[in-house]
Design a protein around this ligand. Structure first.
Ligand SMILES: Nc1nc2c(c(=O)[nH]1)N[C@H]1C(S)=C(S)[C@@H](COP(=O)(O)OP(=O)(O)OC[C@H]3O[C@@H](n4cnc5c(=O)[nH]c(N)nc54)[C@H](O)[C@@H]3O)O[C@H]1N2
Ligand SMILES: Nc1nc2c(c(=O)[nH]1)N[C@H]1C(S)=C(S)[C@@H](COP(=O)(O)OP(=O)(O)OC[C@H]3O[C@@H](n4cnc5c(=O)[nH]c(N)nc54)[C@H](O)[C@@H]3O)O[C@H]1N2
Ligand code: SF4
Ligand SMILES: [Mo]
Length: 707
């Protein structure tokens, strides 16, 4: 009987990091289990991680490169696929310049450093990610405010945790594995939850602030107002380390709790109580989530939350929000070779003049890309390479996205499956999953660790994304910047630690040596060396240097004229534990848990419309309509409807795979006028809608009957 080998590695079915032991027999992964020795997950794994074998060996997974022909998809060799892409790219560069090629990815997936290295060496400033409204926007806003991203220090034992629009037990976002949060909570930390929906955490909270979706910046102003009025701030820190305090205090006076109650729907006394609890319990940390970023107030809200950490003396303090010291490996910026992109090329970045902060963190807003493709202005993108992204499902104004990707001259998609986006490609390249790759995992994160992701098996002709960029790079004249093997690239990444890849994978992980309150020696990495509540950077760019609350662009307040037709606030993008955005709908174990898209409606509201639990519901916004199945929930405001994102139906065999049936981004808007002014962040969480029972039975069952 063949022996079972146990290979220690790290999951990446979400942003990744959990330690895994893969059981391999006859070159096949039989199962995975949690690694009790992982410093990040201590043996825990979620449903997505545990279901990885069903993804790796899924019958629909694409196992070799393919080219689209008039008769459909044709299998081709890697050489032929990469040569075709390289030839096309060379023609585009010769005729239109490298800026006419857009390189894109979705959320953080641990290959961005390779993607950026390729794009920078190619000479294109146009890198399209989800960063304009997710995480990188937080990094950008904190960069200009306090020089780095402050992360909750759960090991430092916070006594109070403010969970601000985050559901980490389901999402494990970015550097936060919920396990650390849960340990800190179980040790007795007070819990404040700011969330429009009463989920598990809200039900556990000492204080739950049920705010109107999209109004977080106003609530943060309310917190500051109470803290300043009641003198609860850290006077020494404020005096020594905050730039622009007096002007900030004046601005905050405009937001007394009474006014903030009107904006946010949160009772004034509850705002006071929560602000006091946060400011007077030490240490305290704020666990922020992505909804605060997916709004017109993205940058200002991030700055305000940073301001709360600073004003209360919790910045870089044990148990507060800290700047973790990275392990001794090469920096993301160095590996990505950002300095190789010339100033001349940087200036050509689409939307760069408008979205200065997005440009500072080297990305474009998707809308700039679609506009360029569809209108040719300011110049036209001719080719795109999208790696690990399904923008037809995940970017605002999905119909426009679909049209743009249909029209672009040449599209390459790298994925595991032919998604609705993949189906639009000219060339499809099959990616290797995390079980099929060697990598220095968590390289981009700011939690102080890197973890060894070690290859357990090889499947079909799939290549790990890093290798694809390396080999395509060599074909684009970048030979001297890449390595013969991927492991040599990993040796280079690890060089400052004195370890080779082979040594690192034996060790399993590296941790930076933590030091707190580093600002006492060297200040903050901002132009003034202080925490800039008055931002000299925004001022230089001609923007308001102080944070403000802008009303949600499509809301009962800003668009009362729409209320007759669209009387509800639609809160879109609720994550579920089993799916990762648009992924995993084809995985039997996971789809069985959640077979249909769910829209949550308050029972009173449902009754008004004659909607019953489990019934299909038509959801309509000024931009279109979709349908999802009703779940009645007392834990949301009767004026709010909560819908899931990312839904398509792999079981529908037409090339669209039902991308517009239940996709909430058919309903969202990407108008630049209503995006964050410096980051281009889109309002993905709050818009207006109406609901009605789905009364067309044929439509209702369209996908249920398909083979
Ligand atoms: N309305 C609304 N829209 C949203 C959101 C919301 O809250 N509301 N959230 C937004 C957020 S925060 C984000 S980050 C974006 C995410 O947007 P995307 O990243 O575009 O979304 P996904 O569906 O995760 O990714 C797409 C594809 O990557 C593939 N994939 C997974 N791992 C790999 C890999 O290792 N290599 C390769 N090559 N492919 C891989 C999957 O099979 C999947 O098809 O969505 C956004 N969209
Ligand atoms: N299972 C799973 N995990 C994921 C993902 C996934 O798709 N599925 N996506 C990954 C990605 S890319 C990201 S960015 C992270 C995001 O993960 P989180 O930051 O945890 O974000 P969400 O789960 O979108 O929302 C968190 C909470 O905010 C609440 N909320 C909604 N709107 C608002 C609002 O306007 N204000 C406030 N204060 N709260 C609001 C929601 O009800 C929810 O309870 O998750 C990552 N992890
Ligand atoms: S939380 Fe993320 S890294 Fe951990 S097991 Fe789940 S999918 Fe994998
Ligand atoms: Mo995200």
């Amino acid at each position: 009987m063949a022996e079972v080998k146990k290979i220690r590695t790290a999951c990446r079915s979400c942003h990744g990091g959990c330690g895994v032991i893969a059981h391999v027999k006859d070159g096949k992964v039989m199962k995975v289990e949690g690694d009790p020795e992982s410093p990040i997950s201590h043996g825990t794994l979620c449903s997505k991680g545990l279901a990885i074998t069903q993804l790796v060996y899924h019958p629909d997974r694409v196992l070799y490169p393919m080219k689209k022909t008039d008769k459909g998809w044709n299998r081709i060799s890697w050489d032929s696929a990469l040569d075709t892409i390289a030839e096309k790219f060379k023609v585009v560069i010769e005729r239109h310049g490298p800026e006419a090629i857009v390189i894109g990815q979705g959320t953080g997936r641990d290959y961005e450093s390779f993607l950026y290295r390729f794009a920078n060496l190619l000479g294109t400033p146009n890198v399209l990610t989800a960063g304009h409204m997710c995480y990188v926007s937080r990094v950008g806003a904190t960069l200009i405010t306090c020089g780095n991203l402050p992360v909750c220090d759960y090991e430092g034992e916070p006594k109070c945790i403010v969970v601000w629009g985050c559901n980490s037990l389901w999402t494990n976002p970015d550097e936060y594995k919920a396990e650390g949060f849960w340990r800190a909570y179980k040790k007795g930390a007070k819990l404040i939850v700011i969330d429009p929906r009463r989920g598990f955490l809200a039900s556990k909270a000492d204080l739950w602030l049920q705010l109107r979706p999209g109004t977080d910046a106003a609530l943060a102003m309310g917190f500051h107002n109470v803290i300043i009025e009641e003198g609860l701030y850290d006077t020494e820190f404020v005096g020594k380390y905050i730039h622009g305090w007096d002007g900030f205090v004046e601005r905050v006076k405009k937001y007394p709790p009474e006014h903030v109650e009107d904006i946010t729907w949160v009772q004034r006394d509850l705002i006071r109580e929560a602000a006091r609890m946060y400011a007077t319990t030490s240490p305290a940390c704020i666990q922020w989530g992505v909804p605060v970023e997916q709004s017109i107030n993205c940058t200002d809200c991030n700055r305000l939350l940073t301001g709360l950490m600073a004003a209360t003396g919790n910045l870089d303090a044990p148990g507060g929000n800290v700047f973790f010291v990275p392990p001794p490996v090469r920096t993301v910026s160095e590996f990505s070779r950002h300095k190789d992109l010339s100033l001349e090329q940087r200036k050509k970045r689409l939307g760069g003049e408008q979205y200065r902060l997005a440009s500072r963190v080297a990305l474009i807003s998707p809308k700039s890309a679609w506009d360029s493709i569809l209108s040719g202005k300011p110049y036209q993108l001719k080719a795109a390479l999208l790696c690990g992204s399904n923008p037809v499902l995940t970017r605002a104004n999905a119909r426009e996205v679909y049209q743009a990707l249909q029209e672009i001259e040449f599209l390459t998609v790298i994925d595991f499956f032919l998604t609705p986006t993949g189906e639009l490609a000219d060339i499809f390249l099959p990616a290797a999953t995390w079980l099929e790759q060697n990598y220095v995992g968590d390289f981009w994160k700011r939690h102080g660790y890197v973890v060894a992701r070690q290859k357990a098996v090889e499947v079909g002709e799939c290549w790990q994304d890093h290798k694809i960029f390396q080999e395509l790079g060599k074909r684009m004249g970048q030979e001297k910047y890449w390595w013969d093997t991927l492991e040599q690239a990993l040796d280079y990444m690890l060089e400052p630690s004195g370890l080779t890849w082979d040594e690192f994978k034996e060790r399993g992980y590296l941790k930076g040596k933590m030091r707190y309150r580093k600002y006492q020696e060297k200040g903050f990495s901002t132009p003034t060396g202080k925490v800039e509540l008055h931002s000299t950077t925004l001022e230089k760019w001609g923007h308001d240097p102080l944070p403000q609350y802008r009303e949600v662009p499509e809301s009962p307040v800003s668009k009362p004229e729409l209320l007759g037709r669209y009387p509800y606030v639609l809160n879109v993008g609720l994550r579920t534990p089993t799916f990762f955005h648009s992924a995993n709908r084809m995985i039997p174990w996971l789809r069985e848990i959640r077979p249909d898209p769910i829209v949550e409606i308050h029972p009173e509201t449902a009754k008004k419309h004659g909607i019953e639990a489990g019934q299909w519901v038509r959801i309509e916004s000024p931009r279109g309509h979709i349908r999802q199945r009703a779940k009645l929930n007392h834990g949301i405001d009767p004026r709010v409807i909560v819908a899931e994102h990312g839904w398509w139906f792999p079981e529908l065999k037409d090339p669209g795979h039902g991308w517009d049936i239940s996709n909430v981004n058919v309903l969202t808007d990407n108008d630049p006028e209503i995006s964050d002014p410096v980051m281009g962040s889109t309002n993905l969480r709050a818009l207006l809608c109406n609901i009605s029972p789905c009364d067309d039975p044929e439509e209702e069952t369209r996908w249920e009957e398909s083979p």
